[in-house]
Design a protein around this ligand. Structure first.
Ligand SMILES: [Zn+2]
Length: 186
């Protein structure tokens, strides 16, 4: 058995995650729905035409099948983000909400659409690379997956904008402009 070191794990995740995201997006889009006109109207002032192509589904999620290969090769389970219990997850244009979770709040949906926009600005490849790097950089939170998760810069950005929305839900701002500004100053 060969043990996978951190740089091998990083390369593996960089290589396999974009493909996994694209596959998840494709299979979810088959069963997903466009936003209701009510939801679209509520969020369009923030997201513009990004919402037109977004789809929402609600099915159980699993982590990638190749996690078991990695575990078999000695990777610490705590180094693999568990996608199966997230209340919501976004694969490019497809937002999936965990069934049996409480009714999603407008704030949660806002957060997920920030991810849709991040994907659109970065592309799937770059989004995945930044997400993986952000996750791996949080090794200090090995036993606190919740903190490790929110320390990922793409997540922090989504939580910050979600908070800005929650603080003033009627003050429209361009999420795209906010993201671009942050990218420019980062
Ligand atoms: Zn998120």
């Amino acid at each position: 058995m060969t043990t996978v070191d951190e740089s091998e794990l990083r390369s593996f995740l960089h290589e396999h995650t974009p493909k996994w995201i694209t596959e998840q997006e494709a299979s979810l889009r088959v069963i997903a729905f466009p936003l209701t006109s009510e939801l679209h109207e509520r969020l369009a002032p923030f997201f513009g035409d990004t919402l037109a192509d977004a789809r929402i589904s609600s099915v159980p999620m699993s982590s990638p099948a190749w996690y078991s290969d990695l575990l078999g090769r000695g990777v610490d389970q705590r180094d693999l983000l568990d996608f199966s219990n997230l209340v919501a997850i976004t694969f490019n244009t497809a937002v999936n909400l965990l069934p049996d979770a409480p009714e999603p709040t407008m704030g949660l949906l806002f957060h997920e659409f920030v991810h849709v926009l991040q994907y659109r600005l970065l592309g799937v490849q770059e989004f995945a690379r930044r997400y993986v790097d952000g996750w791996l950089a949080g090794k200090g939170f090995l036993d606190r997956p919740d903190l490790r998760y929110v320390s990922i810069p793409l997540e922090r950005q989504a939580y910050d904008l979600q908070a800005r929305f929650a603080a003033a839900p009627d003050s429209a701002f361009s999420v795209e402009a906010a993201l671009q500004q942050e990218t420019a100053t980062a």
